[in-house]
Design a binder for this molecule. Structure first.
Ligand code: HEM
Length: 423
């Protein structure tokens, strides 16, 4: 298919800037995009050897690679999460999107807003995610895990991603939001495609992402209109009720809140479960420890998040000229908070490249830090813990059925496309 001039230009520019970064700033690893997708930790290890806060021309900004630098960046209100405030990045996204609407710019979710808008939207959504009400979902989630695993024939091979890790989180978030079960296949596909919007430089994925964002927006417009007429007890109806009580939230903001809950709420958890089981199956001594003592599972989940974070980085841009870890960051420059690197910082962790379910220094930035700290972390922890508990219980002898693992092709995320296991 012929690509537009703008898209071709973006791709060419990216390759050139990659080369500049490798040769001159130390923020390139010399690995190809494909190699970096397969082993991002080696990619970042090589870059981190050149410094923990490095200039990068690829995003006309900087990369924070150390644990302290990443945490400090995410806490610092001189840096914004609002992509519209970065002229270069918004221009690149616009070029790559080729005229299509882009959610992050046209109707940003709380993830890409600063206070006071962020505070207002976050406060509203917080109601649905208080730790206690999430823990109350335990029996239902356990029931769902069992239901998915009931469908797996004894002595067979099954794909853990398609059979459990994908359907479980989407079903849970759909139930929380009050979305009809029959719509799940539609928005599951759309939200996977939506992430293509983050693959700047990959025109095909960007095209697909922009189209999915448009369709998802239309879908939620329909859902919100229906719930206004006929409210239920779900989270969307609760948000509508709060709106009626006088808290200012526009329909567009409601729409973007639904989008972020749907997207942030299931792809990431899918990867946590898939990455976690793959890690255990390739580290049998660690698996044995968990099977011998299920009380270790919560710590193992934290170690999985540290070792293989499903969200590999996030970005902020400088609102003003800023001194940061001895470097001068100019106004409008972008800084990547590289979670995948921070979580393996040798100055923070002993043996950072060792996967150890009993690790004591397990605190990580896989859920971010500061005001945007993941809203759904209690839910993600609960779903994954229950998935592991039920899997160990039902399939104590599970084994990897194939060694060749393909990773999702989006650098922002880390996850296995498929995970065949013998049970
Ligand atoms: C393993 C699973 C998950 C991971 C690794 C993860 C990771 C993250 C990260 C890194 C951030 C911060 C991004 C930034 O600062 O730019 C974040 C924010 C967020 N996450 Fe999660 N997340 C997960 C699961 C969930 C779930 C289950 C939900 C909801 C149902 C959710 C909803 C959100 C929302 C709404 C935000 C934005 C919060 C804000 O801007 O204040 N996440 N997540």
């Amino acid at each position: 298919m012929l690509k537009s001039f703008g898209q071709k230009l973006t791709q060419l520019l990216m390759s050139f800037l990659n080369w500049i970064d490798y040769r001159f700033t130390g923020s390139g690893s010399g690995m190809s995009d494909e190699e970096a997708i397969n082993d991002p930790y080696e990619h970042y290890r090589r870059i981190r050897a050149n410094g923990k806060l490095l200039r990068t021309h690829r995003n006309r900004g900087w990369m924070a690679l150390g644990f302290d630098e990443t945490q400090a960046l995410l806490l610092d209100n001189r840096f914004s999460a609002d992509l519209r405030k970065n002229a270069f990045l918004s221009k690149m996204i616009r070029l790559a999107a080729d005229g299509r609407a882009v959610t992050f710019l046209d109707n940003p979710t709380m993830l890409n807003l600063d206070p006071p808008d962020h505070t207002r939207l976050r406060k509203l959504a917080n109601h649905g995610f208080v730790h206690k009400s999430i823990l109350a979902l335990e029996p239902r989630i356990r029931e769902l895990v069992n239901e998915y695993l009931d469908a797996v024939p004894k002595n067979s091979s099954f794909d853990l991603i398609e059979g459990l890790a994908k359907p479980l989180p989407v079903r849970v978030i759909a139930e929380l939001l009050g979305l009809p079960e029959q719509d799940i296949p539609r928005f599951q596909g759309l939200s996977a495609e939506f992430l293509g919007l983050t693959a700047i430089g990959n025109n095909e994925l960007m095209d697909i992402g922009a189209a999915a964002a448009e369709e998802l927006g239309q879908y939620f417009d329909g859902v919100i209109a229906a719930k206004r007429q006929n409210p239920g007890t779900d989270l969307i109806s609760q948000l509508l009720e709060v709106e009626q009580e006088g808290v200012r939230i526009s329909t567009a903001e409601l729409n973007s809140t639904c989008t972020v809950l749907l997207i942030a709420g299931h792809e990431t958890t899918t990867h946590l479960i898939g990455n976690g089981i793959h890690l255990l199956l390739t580290h049998p001594e660690q698996m044995q420890k968990l099977q011998a003592n299920s009380a270790l599972i919560p710590n193992a989940v934290e170690e999985m998040l540290r070792f293989e974070p499903p969200v590999q980085f996030t970005v902020r841009s400088a609102l003003e000229e800023t001194e940061f870890f001895g470097k001068k960051i100019r106004q409008d420059q972008l800084v990547m908070a590289v979670i995948a690197s921070a979580n393996r910082d040798p100055d923070r962790y002993s043996d950072p490249d060792t996967f150890d379910v009993e690790r004591e220094d397990v605190g990580h930035v896989a859920f971010g830090y500061g005001i945007h700290l993941c809203l759904g972390m209690s839910l993600a922890r609960l779903e994954s813990r229950l998935a592991f508990e039920v899997l160990f219980d039902r399939f104590p002898d599970m084994k990897l059925a194939e060694q060749n693992i393909e990773f999702v092709p989006v650098p922002l995320n880390r996850g296995r496309k498929r995970l065949l296991i013998d049970v």
